[in-house]
Design a protein around this ligand. Structure first.
Ligand code: A3P
Length: 288
């Protein structure tokens, strides 16, 4: 995966989008408020889906309120250079996104009562989603071939470093009451049930009709059709959606259309090695 990058504490970042200063600020100086809600993911795991869900929950399903601000500014990534100005405009409770690995996350979080929702996705589908994403976002040199792309992902040469380290790092918090984890696949399988679980974790009481609205406005099709949620407000020099949609397929298992049998077996072997000391199993380990 080719992009102008630098490494910071073992993870890989895009030059200009991040700087050493922005990361140092995020890690050591950023002030977390007790009522903040953090939407944390490894890239391409359903970050924007969760932004939509959390903002709709905050506004009890009122899409006119969530549509007041385009999705890329609604819940900014606090580690990015450009985000400060957007974060300053957020009202309480702030919903803030991050792809940072656990070991670089805001230190002030660990002394706060703020909540984190961590969304994970089958890494094979993350690879595929990222592969297509690199063709439309100008920070990337479009990949030569899929095999090299998979290898870079395995080696942790992707955006934000290793998926394996990210998941293992964050899941150290799995028993913390301020931490909620969910998978993209659970969201797909039971969208409404997942929204109810998230509301419960956040202590938000929505009635049935409000939950229905949250679900209705956060389906793949609603978000794809919504100019405030489909990233079409980003200039095409930065993200060229004539080459592929940001809201691409929104399914689980598209990896089967991209991996050869040999690539899939190779990935399984690496996955097992890297996750062997990790005593949790995920849905995708049975179904892949
Ligand atoms: P695909 O490329 O597989 O379609 P992120 O927001 O972390 O960048 O993740 C983007 C992925 O989430 C894309 O996956 C996108 O289509 C998918 N996605 C976004 N909103 C979704 C929704 N409402 N339902 C299902 N998938 C969604």
């Amino acid at each position: 995966m080719s992009f102008d990058h630098f490494d910071y504490k073992g993870a890989r970042f895009v030059r200009k989008v991040h700087t050493e200063e922005s990361l140092n600020h995020a890690e050591n100086e950023f002030e977390v408020f007790d009522d903040d809600i953090y939407n944390v993911t490894y890239p391409k795991s359903g970050t924007n889906w969760m932004i939509e869900i959390l903002n709709l929950i905050k506004h009890k399903g009122d899409v006119t309120k969530t549509n007041a601000v385009s999705i890329h500014m609604r819940s900014p990534w606090f580690e990015k250079v450009v985000s400060c100005k957007h974060i300053d405009k957020l009202d309480s409770p702030r919903i803030i996104s991050s792809h940072l690995p656990h070991h670089i996350f805001a230190k002030s979080y660990f002394k706060s009562k703020a909540k984190i929702i961590y969304t994970m996705r089958n890494p094979r589908d993350v690879i595929v989603s990222m592969f297509h994403f690199t063709k439309i976002l100008n920070i990337f040199t479009p990949p030569d071939n899929f095999q090299d792309f998979v290898e870079d992902f395995i080696q942790g040469k992707s955006l934000y470093g290793s998926w394996f380290d990210h998941v293992k790092g964050w899941m150290q918090m799995k028993d913390d009451e301020r931490f909620f984890f969910i998978t993209y696949e659970e969201l797909l399988q039971d969208h409404r049930g997942s929204v109810i679980r998230i509301c419960k974790f956040l202590g938000q009481e929505l009635d049935d009709a409000q939950i229905d609205l949250v679900v209705k406005h956060s389906t793949f099709q609603s978000m794809k059709d919504n100019p405030m949620s489909n990233w079409s407000q980003i200039p095409s020099e930065i993200m060229d959606q004539s080459k592929g949609a940001f809201m691409r397929k929104g399914i689980s298992g598209d990896w089967k259309n991209h991996f050869t049998v040999a690539q899939s077996e190779y990935f399984d072997k690496i996955y097992q090695e890297k996750m062997k000391d990790f005593n949790m199993s995920f849905f995708w380990e049975q179904s892949s």
